[in-house]
Design a binder for this molecule. Structure first.
Ligand code: GLU
Length: 476
């Protein structure tokens, strides 16, 4: 297949925020597109009029951009196959529906919701599989058209034949399903005149010349129905890849119960977008070796459809956190500072330093900082603005005062130039050692009993503030 003919799409329904399951679909389609030189199409599937909102569309587009996913065609990037919002394509669907009505493949159904409910309850009582009973299947088309013209509400249904559907799936191999499992003649156009997902998706994928469809395996049963429509509409069926589902740690469907599950939540927690991108990719695909940290370029390089995962993936927030720590450690100075800024915005306002002084301190502390939250914590320690002063815990030490005097003198004479020299000088002049020495130094310099490596922290201390605090201890 020519590269220009390889076309994939991500087709979210704008009925809420972007869930990590759908985001994984987007990520893998994107990596696939970049790997194989394909065109990545973004289509908004807003045919559910009750649940679709513009706000959700905007949010999903923002979340995709945040993840680093750019679409070649779609909203804001018009291509040759638009419009890319289903609600703007109703006349296109109508044309194909009319064709199928004339061919007696699709027919109007006037059954009311109450009637269908009654049938379903009966079927349940009889322990039968719920299915449309075919009431309107053989209505005379001309008579039906008259009822439609007279304003009677109706839906359009697809006339199912008893047969077996077979399609090739790149992850699962050959998939076969009998049409009996489709619940009878399914609806292709709702009473509000909008097409159903299964109908619109086929017309759109067909007209938009989508060659490969990567999506969650929850769509497998839909694919069966869609294959029927591809055949009847004379479109070329795309190659399918149904990816395993993402489960929570207890192997149940991933949901709010398992913690953050939307892209927005991770964005709000200031996770690096490349960490989520990396992790989501590993939830659907594996590199065939034990590598786990990838840049987006490396993912594209390593990707191949043959290694899309067959078994369910478990969403592990700890793993994501670990990936983010690694990425945060490797991030550029600019990204590092930007992220810390975003997380510690409110704290920054309280600090007694200019922005560039803060940045200088942060860069000195960088080897200690695993997360932006830690950066915030360390800045508070350095500025002596931490919640509590824990000095009470060590002022009982016999040598605390003599140590304090030496530290004070040292800081006055030498400032923050050399922590080892300070330590040595305290040891020599007070004979303090072990816990007494280290805890006293820590409390004197930071006000805290515990904390990050003092040697690294030392050059970033606030000298006047530290001298002022130690003077207070000495004079107390
Ligand atoms: N709008 C559908 C969804 O969000 C798209 C499914 C598909 O990829 O065909 O689930």
């Amino acid at each position: 297949m020519d590269q220009k003919d390889i076309r994939v799409r991500f087709a979210p329904s704008p009925t809420g925020t972007l869930h990590v399951g759908n985001a994984r679909t987007a990520v893998l389609n994107y990596v696939f597109a970049k790997k194989y030189g394909a065109t990545f199409v973004l289509r908004i599937e807003d045919t559910d009029r009750e649940r679709s909102t513009d706000e959700s569309t905007t949010g999903i587009l923002d979340d995709l951009r945040w993840l680093g996913i750019q679409w070649d065609e779609g909203p804001g990037a018009e291509g040759n196959y638009g419009p890319y919002e289903q609600s703007a394509r109703l006349d296109i669907y109508q044309k194909y529906l009319n064709q199928l009505i004339e061919e007696h493949i699709v027919y109007p159904c006037f059954c009311s919701a109450e009637e269908l409910d009654r049938v379903r309850t009966k079927q349940k009582e009889n322990k039968e599989r719920p299915r449309y009973p075919g009431t309107c299947r053989n209505l005379d088309l001309e008579a039906a058209k008259k009822r439609i013209d007279a304003g009677e509400p109706y839906v359009l249904r697809y006339k199912i034949r008893q047969e077996e559907i077979t399609f090739e799936d790149g992850v699962r191999g050959t998939v076969t399903m009998p049409t009996e499992m489709f619940g009878g003649d399914f609806v292709v156009q709702k009473s509000d005149g909008f097409p159903t997902y299964n109908f619109a998706v086929v017309v759109d994928d067909g007209l938009m010349k989508i060659s490969h469809v990567l999506r969650g395996e929850d769509h497998l049963a839909n694919t069966g129905k869609q294959v029927l429509l591809y055949r009847d509409l004379d479109f070329k069926t795309p190659k399918y890849f149904h990816m395993s589902m993402i489960l929570g740690s207890d192997r149940s469907k991933l949901s709010k119960r398992h913690g953050s599950t939307t892209v927005r939540e991770f964005k709000d927690k200031h996770l690096l977008p490349e960490s989520l991108f990396n992790y989501l990719c590993l939830l659907g695909w594996n590199p065939g070796d034990d590598r786990e940290i990838f840049s987006t370029e490396d993912l594209i390089e390593a990707f191949s459809v043959e290694r899309l995962n067959k078994s369910a993936a478990i969403f592990d927030p700890e793993k994501l956190r670990w990936i983010n720590e690694k990425k945060f450690a490797e991030a550029s100075e600019e990204t590092f500072l930007e992220t810390v800024h975003a997380v510690a915005q409110n704290e920054f306002e309280k600090l007694p330093w200019t922005k560039s002084e803060v940045h200088e301190k942060l860069l000195l502390l960088r080897p200690l900082i695993k997360t932006p939250e830690q950066a915030k914590e360390f800045l508070l320690i350095l500025s002596r603005e931490a919640e509590s002063d824990e000095s009470g815990a060590v002022t009982e030490f016999e040598k605390f005062l003599p140590i304090a005097n030496v530290v004070l003198q040292y800081l006055r004479d030498h400032g923050l130039s050399d922590f080892d020299a300070l330590k040595k000088s305290v040891q020599e002049q007070t004979a303090a050692k072990g816990k007494e020495l280290f805890q006293s130094l820590r409390v004197l310099l930071t006000g805290q009993v515990h904390g990050p490596d003092l040697g690294v922290l030392f050059p970033a201390l606030d000298l006047p503030k530290t001298i002022q605090k130690i003077t207070q201890y000495v004079e107390k």
